[in-house]
Write a protein that binds this ligand. Structure first.
Ligand code: MTE
Ligand code: MO
Length: 324
């Protein structure tokens, strides 16, 4: 039997959910679109982890990597059976059950193109890249803009290490990261009204912050496809949509990149997207979050609890829409 002391903030969802969230939920179920639709409902609690996704088996010998204890958690890890069966990966469908469809993702071979404002553009095979990089495990929180959260053990390397490899020139101000574009491999990309490929971006200062992480694995093994194999971003102080999956191109630019969700719906999803419980989404509150795999709803923290590491990045940017 599993007994656990409930901490102060771990109050049941029924007690913590403000009425506005219940109302929003009803509105959403009444026919809202895309990103929000499945958000506030419960995740499927499947008995066994489906054998979905091959991961990058050629690099399986690198796992598990040594845990970096500097990145500790204030909450239990989300069990893999929940986090691996409740995913946002629009390339494979707009509901949370993309796991079977994401079997179509082929991650071997996988090449990453590094271009734009760099000393010399290059392409590098995923396996070459990952074997060059200092792999470590970090426990990170993840807060989706849809008001659910998880806590997972990513394996990967600091994005700063890739920036160093790329040698951006002095006029580079942003790092744009993109997912592959291949309608045959990703049926979701046949939906023409989305601005494929999925594109995200950070300022160079954000990208070289210690917390910005490129994940190649999770739960001590290579990423399963549904997590965004073979290479995905993890920027835990920002809403989850910033953490772009299945990256195959990294471009250094002088101009702020237009991101996927910004292109689709700029009023709701901006470039900065830093987590802030005090700034509501236009259609729902961000004050609390449902913890995946539990019946709990907990308060959301400013910068998702990572303010000490990242708040300084935003000094002088107060006029920007930092929290949406
Ligand atoms: N390419 C791509 N990356 C993506 C998404 C997506 O649909 N496509 N969804 C984003 C969103 S909204 C979230 S919350 C996280 C989900 O990551 P997870 O499935 O590993 O929990 O991936 C992000 N990265
Ligand atoms: Mo998300």
């Amino acid at each position: 039997m599993h007994i656990r002391i409930r901490r102060g903030w771990e109050i049941p969802e029924s007690m913590a959910t403000p009425e506005s969230v219940f109302l929003d939920r009803r509105a959403l179920l009444g026919g809202a679109v895309g990103l929000a639709a499945a958000s506030l409902a419960g995740g499927p609690a499947q008995a066994a982890l489906p054998g979905s996704g091959t991961g990058a088996v050629a690099t399986a010998d690198l796992y598990p990597a040594k845990r970096n204890e500097a990145y500790a958690l204030d909450r239990p890890l989300t069990e893999e059976r929940y986090s691996a069966t409740y995913n946002n990966f629009y390339e494979y469908g707009t509901d949370k059950t993309v796991t079977p469809a994401s079997n179509a993702l082929k991650v071997q071979p996988w090449t990453i193109k590094v271009d734009g404002l760099v000393e010399k553009p290059f392409e590098i095979g995923f396996e070459d890249l990952v074997r060059k990089m200092p792999l470590e495990e970090r426990l990170y929180r993840h807060r989706c803009v849809e008001a659910w959260s998880m806590a997972v053990p990513w394996t990967g390397f600091p994005l700063a290490a890739l920036v160093a490899l790329a040698k951006p020139s002095a006029d580079a101000k942003y790092v744009q990261m993109q997912t592959f574009l291949d309608k045959a491999m990703a049926p979701g990309q046949r939906a023409f009204f989305y601005p494929w490929p999925y594109t995200e971006g950070l300022t160079l200062a954000e990208a070289t912050n210690d917390l910005a992480f490129l994940a190649t694995g999770v739960y001590g093994k290579p990423l399963l496809n549904q997590f965004g194999a073979p290479l995905r971003l993890a920027v835990p102080w920002k809403y989850g949509f910033k953490s772009v999956k299945s990256i195959n191109r990294i471009t250094f630019t002088a101009e702020r990149p237009k991101t996927f969700w910004e292109a689709l719906q700029a009023a709701e999803y901006g470039f900065w997207a830093n987590v802030n419980p005090a700034v509501a989404h236009p259609r729902w509150s961000q004050a609390t979050e449902r913890v995946l795999g539990t019946d709990q709803r907990v308060p959301t923290l400013i910068y998702n609890g990572y303010g000490e590491q990242v708040a300084g990045l935003y000094k002088g940017l107060e006029k920007e829409r930092l929290f949406a």
